[in-house]
Design a protein around this ligand. Sequence first.
Ligand SMILES: [Zn+2]
Length: 245
Amino acid sequence: MRIAVSAVVTVALAGVVTVVIQAVSPDGRGNASQVKPLREPTGPPHEDLRSEATQPNGKVVYLTFDDGPHAQHTEKVLDILTQYRAKATFFQNGANAKRYPEITQRVHELGHSVQNHAWSHRDLTTLSAQELLDEIARTDDMLGSLTGYVPKCLRPPYGAQNGAVTSQAAKLGKRVSLWDIDPEDWKQGRSASKIKEHVLKEVSPNEVILLHDGGGDRSRTVAALPGILEALKARGFTFKAMSCS
Ligand SMILES: [Zn+2]
């Protein structure tokens, strides 16, 4: 009797194994879209992107846009990114997201990453412990309520950080995330061609590029963006959102 039961279990297990094998055959990759949704509406959407970046032939850059969302410039940036099938990371101020919630939602829905750039763009190193907590946590709450995803990266305004900033960020489950290349699109009088030239001269694979879609007139950043994407694409780069996990 025991033998008979055991045989049934074996057959049942063999059946399970067969099903699993069929799910990932015939090319070894399976059809991921049937097994698992491509996007998890409530989870971090860009969890695995760093692993793509480390593929042998992958040349990836990480475009980042700070200080938005902005009523005009963010939408223009989004349209250009869509045109080039590029993904990016948007470090948003909570106060701006409160003002333009539908733009924050659109950024997220298009598959870009929305991350924390504090509430009101103050220098976080000058704040009291309570003010520092408020700046970061209020932004988490606002962005989380709009996207369903609580940011895991903090980019402090001006890149200004100290021990208090990094430890408060860590307590709230996020890491401080700066950049590798700053083409100074925030500088007054900086032309679109200078912004583009700077990026194209300096960029290497896996680097993070600092740009801005808010905080002032960003029409020169918008004007520079198609040329940057076109030239980097021609060099074999792809454009991913940061994983922040
Ligand atoms: Zn900023």
